[in-house]
Design a protein around this ligand. Sequence first.
Ligand SMILES: [Mg+2]
Length: 426
Amino acid sequence: MDNNASRRSFLGKAAIASAMAPFISLSSFGNGYEKSIHNTEKRSPPSDLQITRIGCGYIKGSLMVKVFTNQDIYGCGEGVDAVAGTYYLVKNFEARLKGRNPLDVHRLFEDIRKGGFFQGAQAGMYIAVMSAIETALWDIAGKALGVPVYRLLGGKFRDKIRVYCDTALYQRSLPKPSDFADAALKSKKMGFNAMKFDLDQANDPAKYDKYNWTASPRELQRMYDQIAAAREAVGPDTDILVDMHGRYDAVTGHAVAKRLEPLNLLWLEEPTPAENVEAYKSIRDSSSTPIAAGENQYLAYGFRRMLEIGAVDIVMPDLQKAGGLGEGQRIANLANLYYTPFAPHMVASFLGCMAACHVCASVPNFLILEWQSYFHTDPMFKEIVTYDGEWVKDSFITLSEKPGIGVDLNIEAMRKYAIPDVPYFV
Ligand SMILES: [Mg+2]
C-alpha cells in the first residue's frame, strides 16, 4: 500500500472510530481501531514526515523551490524580486531544515528567521528565500493532510479572489494617453473590472535631471492626461489603480495625489520611496486619493509603524517576498486592526498567484490581488506550471480546492527558461 493510500485508510478508520466513540468503548471496539493506531508508525503518518532536500531553479524574477520529503510528498514555493544570486542561501536553509518535520511551518520559519545573531532582524534576499520555502511547507502540509492550504490558514471567507490587471505599459517606451485608453479598453474587454497603470517614466523628455525626481509641469500634465484617458475609456465603474514605483519625491507625491483626485482612483501606489512611511502619511493627509504601499516591506514588522501612524489607506505586501503565506496572513490581520484593506502585490507565476489566493481567501479584509497582463501573452507562464482549472474569469480567480496550493511546477518545461550557469534543481 502506498503512503497516500495508507494515510487515507488510517484517517478513514480514525474518523469511523471517532464517530462511533459515543456508542462503543475503546476496550470493546475491536481490533481495527487498535490496529490502525498500532500501525501508524510503520505507515508513515504526517507526524513522521521529514524534509530531505530542497531543489531550486531561477527564471526571470522568480526563485522556484521544491521541498522534498521522505514520503514522496513534495511542496512547491516561489520567491520574487530579491532572489537573484541566492542559490547558496537556499542550500544553507536546506542544511538547516533537513530531517525536520515540514508540518511545523511556523516553528521552522522562526528557527530560520532567528538563526543568526540578531534575533530575526532580517530583510531582502533572506526573507524572499524564506518566503519561497515557507510556501512550499504549506503545500506539503496541505498535501499530507489532504486539504487545501486555506483550510490550514483557518478556512475561507470567499471562494473567488478578485484581481486587477496590471497593464504593464512600462514595457512600451513613452506611452501616449491613447495607449492608456487602448490598454484600459483591452483589459475591460478581457473581463477585468479593475486595472493598474504606471506613471513613472525615467526617460520622459520633460524630465530635467536623471537623479532628481521632482516632476516638471509637463510631466505632471502627462501623468494626468494618461490616467484621464484611461478613465474616459472605461467609465466611472471600473477601478483604476496608479503606480509610481516609489521613484518620485514628496513634492511630486503631493502634487500627483491632489491632481488625480477627480479621476477617483482605487489607489495611488508608492508615490515616494518605501523607506520613509511618514512621507506616505503626509501625502495621505493632504489628499482624498487613497494611498497604497507595502511591496517593499519585509515581515509584519515592516508594516507595524506604517499602520500605527496611519501612513496608508491600503497595505499591499508581496507574499513571495515579505515572508510567505503565514506572514502574509499576519500582515492582513494586523491591518484589519486598523480597518485597513489588504491587497497583495503579485509578480509571481501562477504558482505564487494561487498561493497568495489561499491567504486572500483566509482573511476578512482582502480587497484585491494583482494579476499580470503578460500571463495572457508570454507562453512561459502557462508552460512552467501544471493546473487544470481556469486561471481567471471576469476579474476573479476561483480558489483551488485541491490538497496543498493546487498548482504544480513543471520542472522540465521550466528548464529552457532557467537562468544559465546556476545549478538547476540539484
Ligand atoms: Mg508597485
